[in-house]
Design a protein around this ligand. Structure first.
Ligand SMILES: Nc1ncnc2c1ncn2[C@@H]1O[C@H](COP(=O)(O)OP(=O)(O)OP(=O)(O)O)[C@@H](O)[C@H]1O
Ligand SMILES: [Mg+2]
Length: 276
């Protein structure tokens, strides 16, 4: 079920012109609108990607459908999409929300980390799992992530919890351009889907380093995809059902091709894996 937007915080950077809002559940969401300047289909891509990445056990923000009521929009006249000099009103109704990790006044969220801090990111290996996903889903964009500090609990051998300590976590964001964005196709260029910083791939020596994610994709259950589809609001599809069905059939059919697609990265202008 959708949750209501109740307070506008600010506009975010980026081509989709997402906005940060507080919702009735007390959480904050970065919202991409159905009538965003990229395309309505990027909301579908975001929603499906969150479910797929979640199943692959890669860290992503919680996602939600956020309802913008006519009253809320009337009381926030600044909320709009800017196209050149034109201001396009946000449509009332259901939009895509990606949960901000905590309260924006208390949690610092970074788009980039310097190398020294990057090495301290607890789930650095998720960048390898995410490349498996990005190649499978044909992400036409570069990989993007956010980083923030959180208290972490560590499971120690002998079944006991160690005291919490703080560390950096990465969450994968911006999946509007999987499936070639609005095209719903797979162009499979060797350089697409890569993170701009090669450091994340420095541990890679062979395809084995992309396990367990490669195996999880090969045996990816159709029901997870069907379930994700069922959660997409009809208004985001707007008669696209048959085309979405074709796309997802192709997605399932290419599960075994992912190792080849990763190997192809090495044929690009720059081999992203310095140790392979
Ligand atoms: N869940 C989130 N929590 C915190 N910040 C977020 C979250 N999702 C997105 N952001 C921030 O909002 C910005 C825009 O988000 P995103 O990259 O998904 O949108 P975009 O408009 O598609 O960007 P681009 O121009 O790269 O295509 C990001 O750079 C990031 O700083
Ligand atoms: Mg982006």
């Amino acid at each position: 079920m959708p949750i209501q937007a109740c307070r506008l915080i600010r506009k975010m950077r980026g081509g989709a012109q997402a906005h940060l809002i507080e919702a009735e559940d007390g959480r904050f969401y970065v919202v991409k609108f159905r009538n965003n300047p990229q395309h309505r289909r990027i909301l579908v891509n975001e929603m499906l990607s969150a479910a797929l990445l979640g199943y692959l056990q890669i860290r992503v923000p919680d996602v939600a459908i956020v309802d913008f009521s006519p009253d809320f929009l009337r009381s926030n006249p600044d909320l709009c999409i800017q196209l050149g000099t034109r201001r396009i009103p946000v449509e009332p109704g259901w939009h895509f929300g990606s949960c901000f990790p905590g309260h924006p006044e208390h949690v610092a969220v970074y788009d980039f980390l310097p190398d020294a801090l990057f090495d301290k990111v607890e789930n650095r290996d998720h960048f390898l799992g995410t490349l498996v996903f990005d190649k499978w889903a044909g992400n036409a964009d570069s990989r993007q992530a956010i980083f923030y500090r959180a208290r972490l609990r560590h499971w120690a051998p002998g079944n006991r919890w160690l005291p919490a300590k703080t560390g950096f976590l990465a969450e994968m964001i911006d999946h509007g351009y999987v499936f070639d964005g609005p095209a719903w196709d797979f162009s499979d260029s060797p350089i697409q889907g890569l993170y701009f910083r090669q450091r994340v791939y420095s541990s890679v020596r062979s395809l084995d380093d992309f396990q367990p994610w490669l195996d999880r994709v090969v045996s990816f259950p159709e029901e997870v995809i069907d379930d994700a589809w069922r959660r997409i609001p009809a208004g985001w599809l707007d008669k696209d059902e048959a085309e979405l069905e074709r796309l997802l059939t192709r997605l399932l059919a290419r599960r075994r091709r992912v190792p080849d697609l990763i190997e192809n990265c090495r044929q690009g202008r720059i081999n992203p894996f310095p140790n392979w």
